[in-house]
Design a protein around this ligand. Structure first.
Ligand code: UDP
Ligand code: MG
Length: 330
């Protein structure tokens, strides 16, 4: 099985024009040393620069470069989903276009796969070129989500990992439309190993993630993989009711003992505002989940491909990969 194994690299690209030539050079050098059939699936996620033109120029030069052009920007998770749907290899490896995920690690990932692991995570032991605030918030995020969720989402692991065909098929069968990939990768399980690497700064360009988007990403992850916030809302309600009950008893006793001099305005205001705040917060949490149910119930496709530049001769189709992107649209 291993000598003829084929490898699909999957790269979502949004405005990565300056990174694409370097990405190709490094990937090609590594893959030549590996000596297997490979394909590099690049998904153009609504770029506004000349990313698509550069990808197509590469596709003309080297048919192993496969290009999917999405109809608009769908976001990284959707772009990655599209790429994985089209992947034909025995293993798929998602990579970032900015070379923060070094292709040179791929042989190590493959070694673990040959040892019998079905998923191999690439874990960052350092993150150069990222602010301490980003590192600290990432650290906090993994702690919080792993406390809240029954699925163990490995810390410091991005989308860079090796997914073998059985795990990939399982992943493709997950029906949800809002795809928090890190969580889904963890959810499918399979026999997993890790390799470690130092994360370098971006090769060129700027990150697409500001703190507001990262916050949304965190909320997305938590609401996808945990019901704890919902339970929190009811526990908080219970706690507040208990406090209110104790306060009511003390009020009755006070009134009986000292009469009622009618000056409860501050306590009234505080209670009112506090309760109002707690209620709004609980409603907000419920709303977050409701929005997700609404989103899922619309059954819209995760992505739309405007045009695809495939190549069926460069790499044989994996027998299990017949069902490709069409299946998701049904
Ligand atoms: N990306 C994408 N769509 C988006 C945002 C990002 O396809 O809406 C791609 C981007 O081109 C890159 C990868 O996702 O290949 C990671 O993005 P980025 O480097 O900005 O994220 P960071 O490394 O800062 O977390
Ligand atoms: Mg990056």
């Amino acid at each position: 099985m291993f000598p003829n194994s084929t490898i699909s690299l999957v790269v979502p690209c949004h405005n990565e024009s300056d990174n694409i030539p370097a990405l190709y050079t490094r990937v090609r050098a590594v893959m030549e040393s590996v000596g297997r059939s490979w394909e590099l699936i690049c998904i153009n996620d609504g770029s506004t620069d000349d990313t698509l033109e550069r990808l197509l120029a590469l596709h003309d030069k080297d048919p192993r470069i496969i290009v999917l052009d999405l109809s608009r920007k769908f976001g990284k998770e959707a772009a990655l989903t599209a790429g994985l749907d089209f992947a034909r290899g025995d293993v798929a490896i998602p990579l970032d276009a900015d070379l923060q995920d070094p292709p040179e690690l791929i042989p190590e990932l493959l070694d673990k796969w040959r040892d019998g692991y079905e998923v191999v995570n690439a874990v960052r032991i350092s993150r150069d070129g990222e602010s301490w605030l980003k590192r600290a918030s990432a650290h906090a995020f993994y702690r919080v989500i792993n406390r809240m969720s029954t699925v163990d989402i490995p810390a410091d692991t991005g989308d860079f990992r090796l997914i073998s065909r059985p795990a990939l098929e399982a992943l493709k069968n997950l029906p949800e439309r809002r795809r928090f990939m890190k969580g889904l990768f963890a959810w499918v399980g399979f026999k997993t190993a890790s390799v470690y690497y130092h994360r370098e700064p971006r090769h060129a360009g700027r990150t697409k993630w500001n703190y507001w988007r990262l916050w949304h990403f965190a909320v997305e992850g938590i609401t996808s993989f945990s019901q704890v916030p919902l339970q929190l809302a009811s526990y908080l309600g219970f706690l507040v009711s208990l406090l209110a009950f104790l306060y009511a008893i003390s009020l009755v006793i006070n009134t009986l003992a000292y009469g009622n001099p009618v000056n409860g305005y501050p306590s009234l205001m505080v209670t009112l505002l506090f309760l109002g705040g707690v209620q709004l917060m609980a409603l907000g949490i419920i709303g977050e989940y409701l929005a997700r149910i609404y989103e899922e119930s619309k059954h819209r496709p995760v992505y739309l491909v405007r045009r695809q530049w495939l190549n069926d001769t460069a790499m044989p189709r994996h027998p299990n990969a017949e069902r490709d992107a069409d299946a998701r649209r049904k």
